[in-house]
Write a protein that binds this ligand. Structure first.
Ligand code: COA
Length: 381
């Protein structure tokens, strides 16, 4: 038998076409259905991006109005999800809570067995609409606070922050949060999206595919990195009264030690981008705005220290999770909630891929080379 060409981690393997997004590492660019993500982040909200990813086009005013009416009508957490979440101990990781909630939503959905395009569009839009309530409720119950009902006079981002914190967020904060949602929405065949496509390829339903994708996103090599970034900041120590320069010096020293110990530092590096993540400059601008708004220069100091020391030692650049972690921290989210926030946005991309996979399906089933023991036999005596 000819030597098999094994590509560990499927690195460099092209498995299908997609019309949803294009990642170009040569030009550090990312297009959603042809539109540069930076333009979408600057001029549109996550509600528009969701429609773009699902339908292929940005909504016109009438389409946006219809989509908003649906989204606002589907924001409240069903009683079954509240009951399921309440069964979980407060020690459960928020990603496990999120995964459980999506599973319950799928089992209870009236269209659970219907995988037509119309049904999947409806299920995707309903999941996008309700998921913020899962995150908001989970953070609040951990803090011993009551559930806050959604407000249908607020947009997606403003309502998300309202349900989480029980007060209206200022416009700058809503804007930065919306930008993070747009940037997290979609990124071609990453591990969680590929997981969703593998599950869909067996003709399983949309909620099963999203539940599996959440499992893949949890790991620190993927979405879990935004949470891990904050743990790094916490390990170095966030000192609100410290100057940015002192924070930079401590962060640099921490990074030098970590790299000397051959540690992988989360929030840096990327499988596809080798010269910088296309989404980082936009997210970093949102971080700068939040640092200024909250008056927290020491966070910028820590950020610069880690980034500079990594660049000097290894030339490895930050990925989106690096600026996103501190943005969510400054807004007041608990660190464990950061990856569920990523889910909230990525539900749009995952479900677009689920519909694309189903429309031109082929079971995803690769091969392997067996390297276990030679054939042997059970002693029948
Ligand atoms: N910290 C320290 N070293 C890193 C690194 C990091 N974050 N990312 C890559 N490297 C180093 C590796 O140690 C390796 O060095 P070596 O050749 O001396 O062993 C080299 O860079 C190549 O890394 P590798 O992990 O093989 O590349 P990959 O393409 O498989 O990895 C990631 C991509 C994302 C898995 C990797 O960069 C990583 O683990 N990053 C941290 C997790 C993270 O932030 N994930 C979110 C991605 S959006």
């Amino acid at each position: 038998m000819a030597e098999a060409d094994i590509r560990k981690g499927l690195a460099g393997v092209v498995v299908d076409t997609t019309a949803i997004s294009k990642v170009n590492p040569e030009t550090n660019s990312l297009l959603y259905r042809g539109y540069p993500v930076q333009e979408l982040a600057a001029h549109r909200q996550i509600e528009d991006v969701a429609q773009l990813l699902w339908t292929g086009e940005l909504p016109d005013a009438a389409q946006r109005h219809t989509a908003d009416a649906f989204e606002r009508a589907h924001r409240a957490l069903p009683a079954a999800v509240i009951a399921a979440v309440d069964l979980l101990p407060p020690t459960a990781h928020p990603m496990d809570v999120a995964r459980t909630a999506v599973s319950v939503l799928g089992a209870a959905h009236p269209l659970a067995g219907d995988s037509s395009r119309e049904a999947e569009l409806e299920k995707a839009a309903a999941l996008f609409a309700v998921f913020p309530a899962v995150v908001a409720y989970d953070q609040r119950r951990r803090r011993g606070q009551e559930l806050v009902e959604p407000r249908d006079d607020l947009g997606y981002a403003a309502n998300f922050l309202w349900m989480t914190f029980g007060e209206e967020a200022p416009a700058e904060v809503v804007r930065a949060f919306d930008v993070s949602m747009v940037l997290y929405a979609e990124h071609s065949f990453n591990a969680s999206t590929f997981t969703a496509r593998v599950i869909t390829s067996t003709l399983a339903d949309l909620h099963s595919a999203v539940t599996g994708a959440i499992g893949a996103l949890k790991g620190p090599l993927h979405g879990g990195a935004n949470e891990a970034v904050m743990h790094t900041f916490e390990e170095i120590g966030i000192r609100q009264d410290e100057s940015a320069e002192d924070a930079t010096a401590r962060a640099k020293a921490w990074m030098e030690d970590a790299l000397a110990a051959r540690k992988k530092v989360m929030g840096f590096g990327h499988r596809v981008y080798k010269n910088g993540d296309s989404r980082v400059p936009t997210m970093k601008a949102a971080l700068d705005a939040m640092i200024e708004y909250y008056g927290r220069g020491e966070i910028l100091g820590l950020y610069r220290g880690l980034e500079t020391a990594m660049e000097e030692a290894k030339g490895i650049k930050p990925n989106l999770d690096y600026p996103a972690g501190p943005v969510y921290h400054l807004m007041g989210f608990d660190t464990g909630m950061f990856t569920p926030l990523f889910i909230a946005a990525r539900i749009t991309g995952w479900t677009a891929h689920i519909m694309e996979q189903r429309a031109a399906n082929s079971l995803i089933r690769p091969l392997s080379v067996y390297d276990g023991p030679d054939e042997r036999h059970v002693d029948a005596s």
